[in-house]
Design a protein. Sequence first.
Length: 298
Amino acid sequence: MALWQARWVQSRLKANYPDVDVDLQIIKTKGDKILDVPLAQIGGKGLFVKEIETALLGKEIDLAVHSVKDMPSELPEGLCLGAVTKRENPLDVIISRKDLMLKDMGNNARIGTSSVRRSSQILNLFPDFTIVPIRGNVDTRLKKLESEKLDAIILAAAGVIRLGFEERITQFMDIESLIPAVGQGALGIEIRDDDVDMMSAMSHLNDPSTHVAIIAERAFLRQLEGGCQVPVAAHAVIDSHETIRLQGMIAALTGNPMIRHEMSGKATQAEAIGKALAKKLLEQGGEQILNQISSCAE
């Protein structure tokens, strides 16, 4: 998936700047190398970006391509998001071994996912399901669906679609049932914040509406001091009247209790809305949920 993303950005840059050489430098991160342990046990989102950001700060590379959902809520000093691409379908999808919808699987269905955000929301809907941790790329997870006799796996629609596996999708999960991860479906182009030329070049790849939505979602996550693997989610949309609607969620690992809320306002206030929604959820009991998860992890 990472290679697909990098090649897509490379192709767009070549199209806009045909006289400029755009070379790929593949950097293996810790998150890419450790595939047999759940992310929550080995450090969370930063595992997918640390080595890349070190190369960027050291001027070994000029830009870095990430799935925004894999980026920590705080970027290192000296780096910034130079562009956010137009969002692919942000939803989560179910790929079922027997082509069944979740509601038709019956009690004790075995569902594969390494995401506590996904598992908590699924358990809230179906408390009798069993969550089986799985990691790896899309192809690896599809193979585990069969080899581990899972009833279904949950993946991001964006990755499944981009890699050409759309025909395998059994069910799209609506946002009322399963709120996506912060930034899901969007690519973030990370650059040095003093690189004026690169900032200008990235403007061709930036989608303003997606970027504003990402600002709200990441402000929400940052206010919760997010970045580690905890069951939080947020998704924003911008309408034609430049109004932003942000939905957010905090849940226990078991899916119960779960707190959801939403806020709307002017798109120009995206960051403030993200912070305000996070504070609202914390006040409604989210702080106790997160404290309990933190204490269990120690």
